[in-house]
Design a protein around this ligand. Sequence first.
Ligand SMILES: Cc1cc2nc3c(=O)[nH]c(=O)nc-3n(C[C@H](O)[C@H](O)[C@H](O)COP(=O)(O)O)c2cc1C
Length: 366
Amino acid sequence: MAGIFTPWKLKDLTIPNRLVRSATWEGLAEADGTPTYELVNVLAALAEGGVGLIITGFAFISPEGKALPKQTGAHIDAMIGPLTRISDAVHKCGGLVALQIAHAGGQTKQEWTGHRPVGPSAIQHPAFGPVQELSKDQIADIIEAFALAAGRGKAAGFDAVELHAAHGYLANQFLSPFCNQRQDEYGGDWQGRGRFVFEMCRAARDLVGPHYPVFIKLNTADYVDNGLELSDALKVAQRLSDMGLDAIEVSGGQPAAGKLGSARKVKEPDQEGYFLDNAVAVKQVVACPVISVGGWRSRAQVEKALEHVDAVSMSRPFIRQPDLAKRWQAGETQAACISCNGCFKVNMTQGLGCAQELKEQAKEGQ
Ligand SMILES: Cc1cc2nc3c(=O)[nH]c(=O)nc-3n(C[C@H](O)[C@H](O)[C@H](O)COP(=O)(O)O)c2cc1C
């Protein structure tokens, strides 16, 4: 059984502990996607704080795939230079960093992208409105854009890239029957709905080569009517492992799932690790390392989880305590995060920050 501070291998990377910073949109890029120095400093602070591997907030692979304002871009070669500032800063602090890349699909707004939202099928997205169906040529272009963005991550010195196929974004939309009603080879059974994800991973792998770590954040259930079910996700995960993906970060939920979304409330220890069962099921069918994300808050629960999975990842706790790994290594046992989800609003308005911390600071200032 591996303890939290036991190193592990991801291809040729040796990751010093089992704590991963899960991708977290920071809201700290310029309008054109250029990462700001504030973002570089945030990621360097995480590295200084001792987390084993940092996964950046999702970077958009093409303009129409932008999900949120002030999101980092990996959509053009001109981003390689600015992105290199991130990997340089993290490496100087002794850390490792993966670039997460994503396409929002129908889960975005025209006012943020300048384009009409697109997806596998022309549906009415419950939270975002009408979606325009992608043609096969457009699908091919997006798959190529994923590969090129992965290549930019490698060129910019990142230690790995993570492809985002969770939380209702485009790759997840292809997997989900309620978003994907296509009659062609990109729809239908799990193999048809999985085709986009398989082609995206294959294209990324072909571009970055066999030795560069490529992993995926995969929804294992959507928790909505007619959504992706665990049974299909397991078959997809197994195929991805067979294709040579280097790790799978197991997630679930999406905006339309409400309380069963990806960032749930965690009040009690038994609410921690709410996707662990899915991660354990994935672990049983794949050969690659499995990372469990979703609600980890205490050393005790993380230690138990590591009996079953290779690593755990956290997002909200690292917003409040970028040095959480060092704190746990020094003997602290609990994250201070109370899962209020106030960080979404803070990130939208002023860039990465913890709402509780800001409240406390305001009180102290009174
Ligand atoms: C402010 C915020 C931004 C997020 N941005 C991303 C993102 O860019 N990519 C992603 O895959 N997940 C993103 N997530 C989801 C987290 O990575 C994670 O899956 C989820 O919050 C559950 O983990 P936690 O309980 O440790 O926060 C975000 C979550 C939060 C709170």
